[in-house]
Write a protein that binds this ligand. Structure first.
Ligand code: IMP
Ligand code: MG
Length: 180
């Protein structure tokens, strides 16, 4: 099996590029069918979803728009704990059919927060499309309308996903096997 080193850790290929491409095409066909004639607005969440979003868009047979967003994390000065704000949403989403594009849903907390924030802006619908889902790690109830692949509760990198900022630029997806 093909291995890569990302910083101090070793990863092994678990999802080859051909499998990713096949599942991305399947999801794109489902979305194209469901949104025929509706002009949805895709909101990919940076950084992790940039490669998935680029591949998915090219497989869609739809009139649609795309606008990238990001979750900024910072420590609040007043309340304890992390505050996460959606940034980069320049577009008015009122009355739009929005599809959030994520790289991976792990606990689901990021997506739950994202949906809640976007709902305040009164889109006519919100759906979630995630490249990967870790079903055994989910802690909150989030709707996942489209998913390319379910994976075990392991740490992965590649095809946009990172370990400490590195490892995003691969065609395959790799799983952590040696964690020194
Ligand atoms: P959640 O809020 O726990 O669902 O976390 C989702 C975010 O955690 C994703 O958008 C990723 O940025 C990151 N993440 C979760 N699992 C992995 C992984 O296995 N590899 C890389 N990033 C991950
Ligand atoms: Mg992410």
């Amino acid at each position: 099996m093909k291995r890569i080193q990302v910083k101090d850790k070793t990863f092994e290929v678990t999802i080859p590029a051909e499998v990713i491409a096949r599942e991305v095409r399947r999801v794109a066909a489902e979305i194209s069918r469901d949104y025929a004639g509706r002009r949805p607005l895709f909101l990919p969440v940076l950084n992790g979803s940039f490669i998935f979003a680029a591949d998915l868009m090219r497989e869609l047979d739809l009139e649609c728009e795309i606008s990238f967003i990001k979750l900024a994390s910072y420590q609040g000065t007043q309340s304890a704990g992390e505050i996460r704000e959606v940034i980069g949403l320049a577009q008015d989403i009122t009355g739009r059919d929005v599809i959030i594009i994520e790289d991976i849903i792990d606990s689901g907390l990021t997506m739950a927060h994202m949906i809640e924030t976007l709902e305040h802006q009164n889109p006519s619908s919100i759906r979630v499309c995630s490249l990967l889902v870790k079903p055994d790690a989910i802690k909150v109830n989030v709707p996942i309308h489209y998913r390319a692949l379910d994976i075990p509760n392991d740490f992965i990198v590649g095809y946009g996903l990172d370990y400490d900022g590195f490892g995003r630029n691969t065609k395959d997806i790799y799983t952590l096997i040696i964690n020194p």
